[in-house]
Write a protein that binds this ligand. Structure first.
Ligand code: SF4
Length: 697
């Protein structure tokens, strides 16, 4: 492989939604990544994942050749053989069982162009209503809550820089020092002059350094947010002028909040009533205040309501749309924002358009040159698709995702994938999901092809092709185009990213996430563009909601959510709460970071955090092994004793597969609105177990 000129080029990190600017240049071992000081978001900082990302480009595990399963074994095949087998299997299932027996499963790591093309492919090449992506497990509750309150979901409706300026910053359910370390420069700046409140069942380094740590039990966010609002109302600290002029629905929320007085909330959340009062007063006194939520709030069976409860709090304080203030959510995956905007899920069309908007349906149908009726079917969501394998779903097309590690009820999923009729996986590494595929289509990595990403601020970024790919893999767009052709829809997908982006621009013109004014030429010329960008001479919209909200009446909506706990927490058989999350060293299902020598050396296995008092009851020792068992199954992990976690809560990271698959344990009811599985609160029992036997050499 060789870099195209110039030798060192600017790009963006392939991992999380911060999309840190980095430079990629030649090194003795292949490539080296470094922080790009000219990119304002990270100003030269990178976390250890970003620094080591270039190692992936020349990695020996790279999938270089298509494969077909023959007699139970994946064997190398030519591209024509593999594409014929992939398309042939889906065509047969559509013929014999109907088009809805096929599903696609996309990713928040895909570029905007790929996410758009995959949705188009699912609707028009597969003709299925069943397509979704792994972002359903990440951002769906936050997105649902923002859409119903503001009429629009852009994770950060204001620039990241505002975080550094805020007088008070409340972050509930996030640990950015581990998940997005370059954010530290904003947080340090903020703490130098302001106050911070962290809501987290763990006393992370971030929580420990906050002005106030509210160590709430997992799943109690609606109660805590209502209690904060109770104090604001009781002490006449709400922004009545803002509520009257810019919102609807406050009275019902007020009635609920009045019931949730701090002493009552203390009993259910574990947060001292005095701390609740102190936090509410802190927020109310601030001229510039920001309320942020993360997955700790959102990944619950009531995650949409939990996020809405914090939005209610922000609205009562008059924050959304106020200069220097606001409500936002920290998006996780690299293109978690763009990936949820452009139609790779069946409940939505490109540009964040809804299926019940006839003008949007007609616009997209016109761009795609099809009848509008072909675009309006809503199918199953991610967890439902995986659950339906073997009953309603018999063919599955996975692009850039590893659900065998990242999905709930993973053990059940492995059983289902072992007998599915047809599984086709596009990936660049042999992930745990690839191991079950009937056809494997090796794809390119981020530096080897061109495409746009949208960061957590809604800023559209162009990642140029800068490394020559190895012989063998193909780009995802080319793979979709070739499959569509074999399925009888030639020319459905342009294999060139810029051509797909131009089509996306037309399909989103006039929509909520309007990209029509974004062009590759503008991005190459250095324009900083946050959507919506409705014209090629429009400067973009870094700040939303200053004048009005994109709702029918221009007002934001309070939502009177129920204040309750998930009943699963409270049984005698499963008395403890497992909450899952991430390590600083690894990224999501670990397909890449577990292959990175330095990251893997730093953390090789999941280590569960458990309070010493709880551990002692079960004879669990520091560094020993413990079994975590839920209604779904068990996993054995090493234990680390720590008094930084609540005594009834166990934390475990989920980056590993095989016998270390923490998501074997996770499951339960989906959020009724977002269909989010409850990754952050799972009722479990625990016991001490011997260390697993070492593998036989
Ligand atoms: Fe990459 Fe995210 Fe780390 Fe930045 S914070 S270097 S985008 S993984």
């Amino acid at each position: 492989m060789a870099l195209s000129a110039p030798a060192t080029v600017r790009t963006h990190c392939p991992y999380c939604a911060l999309q840190c600017g980095m430079t990629l240049g030649p090194a003795a071992s292949g490539y080296a990544a470094a922080g790009d000081p000219t990119f304002g978001v990270n100003a030269g900082d990178l976390c250890m994942k970003g620094f080591s990302s270039a190692e992936m480009l020349g990695h020996p595990d790279r999938l270089l050749q298509p494969m077909i399963r023959r007699n139970g074994v994946l064997e190398p095949a030519s591209w024509d053989e593999a594409l014929d087998a992939a398309a042939g299997g889906f065509a047969r299932i559509a013929r014999e069982r109907g088009h809805d027996a096929i599903a696609t499963f996309g990713s928040g790591a895909l570029t905007n162009e790929k996410a758009y093309a995959l949705g188009k492919f699912a609707r028009l090449a597969f003709g299925t209503a069943n397509f979704d992506y792994n972002g359903r497990f990440c951002m769906s509750s936050a997105a649902a809550a923002a859409n119903r309150a503001f009429g629009l979901d852009r994770g950060m409706p204001f620039p990241l820089a505002w975080m550094g300026e805020a007088d008070v910053l409340l972050l509930a359910g996030g640990n950015p020092l581990d998940t997005m370390p370059p954010l530290e420069r904003y947080l340090t700046k903020q703490r130098a002059h302001g106050q911070s409140i962290v809501v987290d069942p763990r006393r992370t380094a971030f929580a420990a350094s906050a002005s106030l740590h509210l160590q709430a039990a997992p799943g109690t966010d609606t109660i805590l947010a209502y209690a904060l609002l109770h104090v604001l109302i009781a002490e006449r600290l709400i922004d009545t002028a803002y509520i009257a002029a810019r919102t609807t629905g406050f009275l019902d929320v007020r009635r609920n909040a009045e019931l949730e007085y701090p002493e009552r909330a203390e009993k259910r959340t574990g947060v001292p009533a005095d701390d609740i009062r102190a936090a509410a007063r802190m927020l109310a006194k601030a001229k510039r205040a920001i309320v942020l939520t993360g997955r700790g709030v959102e990944q619950h069976s009531n995650g949409t309501d939990s996020a809405s409860a914090y939005i209610n709090l922000a609205l009562a304080l008059g924050l959304p749309g106020r200069d220097g203030s606001g409500y936002g959510t920290l998006t996780g995956q690299g293109n978690g924002q763009g990936g949820r905007e452009h139609g790779q899920k069946s409940d939505q069309l490109p540009g964040y358009s809804t299926l019940d908007d006839p003008r949007a349906v007609e616009r997209v149908a016109r761009v795609w040159n099809v009848a509008p009726e072909r675009l309006t079917r809503r199918g199953m969501t991610a967890a439902e698709i995986l659950e339906a394998i073997g009953t309603q779903i018999h063919g599955l097309f996975v692009m850039g995702s590893n659900p065998v590690v990242s999905a709930p009820r993973s053990a059940q999923l492995r059983t289902k994938l072992a007998t599915i009729e047809h599984l086709v996986v596009c990936d660049f590494f042999p992930s745990e999901t690839v191991a079950y595929a009937h056809v494997v289509l090796p794809s390119l990595q981020w530096a080897e092809e061109c495409g746009t990403m949208t960061n957590l601020e809604g800023r559209v970024l162009l990642r140029e092709r800068m490394a020559e790919p190895p012989e063998g893999p193909r780009g995802d767009l080319a793979i979709l185009a070739a499959l569509a052709e074999r399925l009888g829809v030639p020319a459905l997908i342009a294999p060139d990213a810029e051509a797909v982006f131009d089509e996306l621009r037309a399909a989103t013109a006039g929509s909520r996430a309007d990209y029509s004014g974004v062009t590759y030429a503008r991005l190459r010329g250095g324009d900083v563009l946050h959507w919506p960008v409705p014209a090629v001479d429009h400067p973009g919209t870094p700040v939303l909601f200053a004048e009005s909200f994109p709702t029918a009446d221009g007002r934001a909506r309070f939502v009177a959510v129920a204040s309750h706990l998930d009943s699963e927490y409270c049984t005698a058989e499963y008395p403890w709460t497992l909450t899952t999350g991430r390590n600083r060293e690894h990224y999501l299902s670990g397909t890449q970071t577990r292959r990175t020598a330095r990251l893997n050396a730093a953390v090789r296995e999941p280590v569960a955090e458990v309070h010493p008092a709880l551990a002692e009851r079960f004879g669990i020792v520091d560094g020993g092994y413990m079994r975590i068992t839920s209604r779904r199954g068990s996993v054995d992990v090493r234990a680390r004793l720590s008094d930084a976690i609540r005594p009834e809560t166990i934390f475990a990271p989920f980056h590993w597969g095989g016998t270390s698959t923490v998501n074997d344990v996770v499951g339960g009811s989906l959020d009724p609105i977002s269909k989010m599985p409850p990754f952050k609160a799972c009722a479990v029992r625990i016991e001490s177990v011997p260390a697993p036997a070492p593998p036989i050499a």
